[in-house]
Each structure stands twice: as C-alpha cells, then as structure tokens.
Design a binder for this molecule. Structure first.
Ligand code: GLC
Ligand code: CA
Length: 557
C-alpha cells in the first residue's frame, strides 16, 4: 500500500446481523454477548472490521432499522456495558467496529415523533414531514419502498393530516430541510465516534432529500401509485445535506463511511466517492439486482446471462476506479443468498458454486464485504406459505404481485427467490440443536435447511470448505506477496473467447478467471503460476464447470 492511501482501503469487512448471529442467553434472539464470544472465530477467518447491523433501541418492526433511541442499546441485544465490552474485546484482537447509521427515518416510537404527534405546535413537528391531504386522501400518489401502499399515513385524530415514510408507516422520515434536526443528528454521530467506533455503514442515505413540490407522478402500477424513489432518491439538492454531514462528522474523525446510496449514476461518483466525496465508498447495486428489473419490485424478474453480469461488473469497476474506491459484496441482510441467486445450475448450488463466487468478487478492486453465513456457502430458505415470512417487505411484495395479477403460487415463488428473510436465518455454528445458535429456545426466525456440512464447526474441520477458501482469499489480500496487486492494483477486464467466463487483471501480476457455467469452458489460459484454485485440478486449455483461478503471469519483473 502506498503511504498516501487512506487507511480503510486495506480493510476486510464482516457484516453481523445481530438477531441471527449467536444467542447467548437462549431467548431466541442473537445478542451482543453472543458476538463477543464469537470474536476469536472471526479473527481466525482474517477479517479486520465488523459492521454491526442496528443494535439501537427499537421496536424491531424492521429489525432495528426503526430506531426509537439513538443513544441506547436495544435490550433484546444487551446493554451499553455489553457494547463497551465488545469494543474492548475488539481492540484487544485488533478488530475495528462500524455501526449502522439510520438517519433517513426513525421509529414511530421515537420520542421526537411521539411529541410531534401529540402536539402539532411542538418543535418536533418540524423534525418530520407532515402535509395536509386531499379531502382525506394522501397528499400525492407516491408508493412506499417496501412494495405496497402509499408513502403517506394518516395522523391519528387529525383529519386530513398525513406524515411521510419512504419505508413502512412505522418508519417516519426525518425532515432534513430543518437545520435544527440536522445538527441534532450530527451530535449523535459524533457521540458514537467518540466511543471508539471506526465509522458507519449509512442506511438509505440517498432518500434524505425529497422533491419539495410533493407533486403527483405518472402511475407505474395497477394501484395508480408511482415509486417514491422517483421523487425521493438522490434528488437535486441532496449535495448540500451530504456535504454538510461529512464536514460536521466523518471527515474530522477520519472515519470510514460506506453509503447505502442507491440511485447514484456512474457520472455522479466523483461527488460521492471522489477525493472530496461525501463517503469513503458506496455500495453499487447494479449487479446485486441483476435478477430483477427494479430493486423494490420482486415480481419483475429478468433472464440475465453471464455476459450481462460480466458487463455490469466491468462497468461498475471501471467507473468506481475512475473516481475512488468501491465496496464489493455478494450478500447482505436485504439480499438473497448469493449461491441461490447467481449460481443458476442447481447441481452447483453448493461449495463449488460458493467458491467460484467468492473468487469472482473478492479479488475485485475495493473493500470486500462478507455477510454472516456467506463464508459458509449458505443457500436460501424455501418457505411454503406467506405466513412463514417475518420480513415486512416480503408481505408487501407478495400482495403487490397478487394485485398485479400473478397467482398465489407465482407470488410465493417471487418472494422465496427474493425475500430478505433468506439471509436472516440463524447462523449455523454446529450440528447440535438449532445448529448451535442457542441451547434450544425457538429462534425468532426458523433456521434454513442447508446441505450437510454447511456449519462452522464442520467447515473448520474440512480443509476444502468454503470457510477455508475465504480464509485463503483474505490471507492473499492482506498478507502475501500479492497484497499490493490485490489491494491497490488497477482493475482491467480481460476479453476471453468463452461467454461463460468472467476474467480480469489486478495490478501488475494477477489474472483472475471464473467459469460461471455447468459446462467446461475451453480456452487458452494465461501461462504462469496458479496462486489460488477453487478446484484441485488444473488444465491450461480449459476451465472446469464453476472453476475459478488466480494466475500470476509468467515473464514479468
Ligand atoms: C436499508 C436497509 C434495510 C431497511 C431499509 C430501511 O435498505 O438495508 O434493511 O429495511 O434501509 O431502513
Ligand atoms: Ca439472546
């Protein structure tokens, strides 16, 4: 790494979804003490920074993305003393911690919102977005993000008054137009930074600016509504808020920030992640959502090909490389399991497919993010009825698909493919009761059926497991002669003759090739040393089904 390179470029992130990681007191919900107990195992994997999905006090309507107190830990997860202990233990192990920052909205149980409801004259009324309706109907025809229903809900006991929520009615949007609210948010952020965290993953941040005309839009569904993102996602005027936010908080603290910044076009990347950008990096959803036409409408499925995926990755990498740094991911708590999504041949939805995907994304330029269970090669859950889903957007998407004329069976299939519950099932630690998530109390969400051997204890025993493959990838990136190539090296697409192969070069020395197909791909492979191979065999004139390799090119200096 060059000395001028920002510190966070060398990090490998691991996302913990606290409710589903490890339940230390056997009440069915994962908790901070569970995370503390697991730290040595995360350290052994090699990751350097932990991202905690929200642990703030919350009624958990959206699993913590509905915060009712920014300064308190949700009792289901533990106490502030547990959090401080977690920080200490992480420091001892030389692990960094980042928190999830949810500031587009709060919970409807937050005292600000409660006061705003109870007293229309309260200053907290200006902390949210209240608007008169149209003869008892919502002020306009915007549809909320979770797939169904308006982005407005009526205010109790105030006829014809509504409040705005991009997400669920229990997540009222904060009014970023109000400077007092913004200052209050910055104070909160700086309070957490002082506690020693290294930065934030920033939730839904491109939604903080709404078009102030609050005008109707052309409907885009049978419900007569239009997606709220057309008027509230990365809209003109957002620059002022994001610049101010960074200057007042992250920048002075030299914090790492990863924006969940949907709706950012590639020609806007300089503003977001350039040398004076608002964030260290942002997630790019262009290929995460390759299987659906719109991130919020699961029934609009695509027939994507490997060429589409290759083009999307190349475009993303090249655009990000021009402006700054990327945050590479296959999974998170909102996405299906990657093996189920990207591996189209059922026979390879196993450790072979999982390793191919790991190699594909881990060597891209940027920081790798691993979502809990991804390093085990977990697959989606298959649920038989809509009532088996917890995730509120799964229910909304199901009903929306019915409204759009799909059958119940079709609607359920869309939800099974896309449900956020796929990634939220309890982490499998071993083969004991509830896969070692706890001592037997019913988990808040039923575990997903996995193939035999897909649990941490079994994978630690097996040198060819997906877990060990991730460990090797991390080792290569962090502590090997190729560290410079894998961290700072340029990304360059490589043209190959086979349509099922994705190939790219990193830095001076490395070529990465992956065959994303159940058929062998005949091609001349670059000559040189094979540094990492998903398979135990290697031929220089073909890649086996779902084989991936890193080759150090011969004849360079
Ligand atoms: C983000 C989170 C998601 C949450 C939403 C509303 O997209 O990742 O889980 O439901 O924001 O906070
Ligand atoms: Ca617990």
């Amino acid at each position: 790494m060059t000395t001028s390179s920002p510190w966070w470029r060398a990090e490998v992130f691991y996302q913990i979804y606290p409710a589903s990681f490890k339940d230390s007191n056997n009440d069915g919900i994962g908790d901070l003490q569970g995370i503390i107990a697991a730290l040595p195992k995360l350290k052994a994997l090699g990751i350097t920074t932990i991202w905690l999905s929200p642990i703030y006090r919350s009624p958990m309507v959206d699993n913590g993305y509905d915060i009712s107190d920014y300064f308190a830990i949700e009792p289901r997860f533990g106490t502030m003393a547990d959090f401080d202990e977690l920080m200490r233990r992480c420091q001892e192990l030389n692990l960094k911690v980042i928190m999830d920052l949810v500031v587009n909205h709060t919970s409807d149980q937050h005292t600000w919102f409660q006061q705003a409801l109870h007293d229309p004259k309260s200053p907290y009324r200006q902390y949210y977005i209240f608007r008169s309706g149209d003869h008892g109907l919502p002020p306009n025809n915007w549809r909320s993000n979770f797939g169904q229903g308006p982005s407005w809900s009526p205010v109790p006991n105030e006829p014809n008054m509504f409040y705005h929520h991009v997400f669920s009615p229990q997540q009222p949007d904060l009014n970023w137009e109000n400077p007092q609210l913004r200052q209050e948010i910055y104070r909160m952020i700086n309070w957490w930074l002082k506690k020693g965290i290294s930065g934030f993953r920033i939730d839904a941040i491109t939604f903080i600016k709404k078009d102030q005309d609050f005008a109707n839009i052309t409907p885009d569904g049978a419900d007569g509504l239009g997606k709220v993102k057309r008027k509230a996602e990365n809209r003109p005027g957002i620059a002022k808020f994001l610049h101010e936010l960074n200057a007042a908080t992250f920048k002075p603290a030299n914090a790492v920030t990863i924006g969940e910044a949907s709706g950012v076009q590639y020609d806007q990347l300089d503003d977001f992640i350039g040398p004076n950008g608002y964030f260290s990096m942002i997630f790019d959803f262009h290929y995460a959502d390759i299987d659906i036409k719109s991130g919020s409408e699961w029934y609009r499925r695509t027939n994507w090909t490997v060429s589409d995926l290759r083009e999307a990755i190349d475009r993303s990498q090249l655009a990000i490389q021009q402006s700054g740094w990327g945050a590479n991911f296959l999974e998170n708590h909102d996405q299906p399991r990657s093996v189920s999504k990207y591996i189209t041949a059922p026979a390879y939805q196993n450790q072979i497919g999982a390793k191919a995907l790991a190699l594909l994304y881990f060597c891209l330029r940027g920081c790798p993010f691993i979502y809990q269970g991804q390093e085990l090669g977990m697959v989606n859950a298959e649920r038989q009825a809509i009532d088996d889903f917890n995730d509120l957007s799964s229910h909304q998407n199901y009903h929306r698909a019915l409204e759009e004329g799909y059958s119940k069976t079709e609607a359920l299939a869309f939800v099974n493919a896309r449900s956020r519950d796929n990634a939220r099932t309890p982490y499998p630690w071993d083969t004991t009761v509830n896969h070692g998530f706890n001592l037997g109390h019913k988990p808040w969400l039923a575990p997903a059926q996995q193939r035999e051997g897909v649990d941490l204890a079994s994978e630690l025993q097996d040198p060819h497991s997906v877990w060990h493959f991730y460990q090797q990838l991390i080792q290569l990136r962090q502590h090997s002669p190729w560290q410079q190539d894998l961290i700072d090296g340029d990304f360059k697409p490589i043209e190959v003759s086979s349509p099922s192969v994705i190939a790219y070069a990193r830095g001076q020395h490395l070529k990465v090739l992956i065959n994303l197909s159940e058929h062998a791909a005949s091609m001349a492979l670059p000559t040189g040393r094979v540094i990492l191979n998903t398979h135990t065999t290697f031929s220089n004139h073909q890649l086996a089904p779902y084989q991936g390799v890193i080759i150090e090119e011969a004849n360079h200096d």
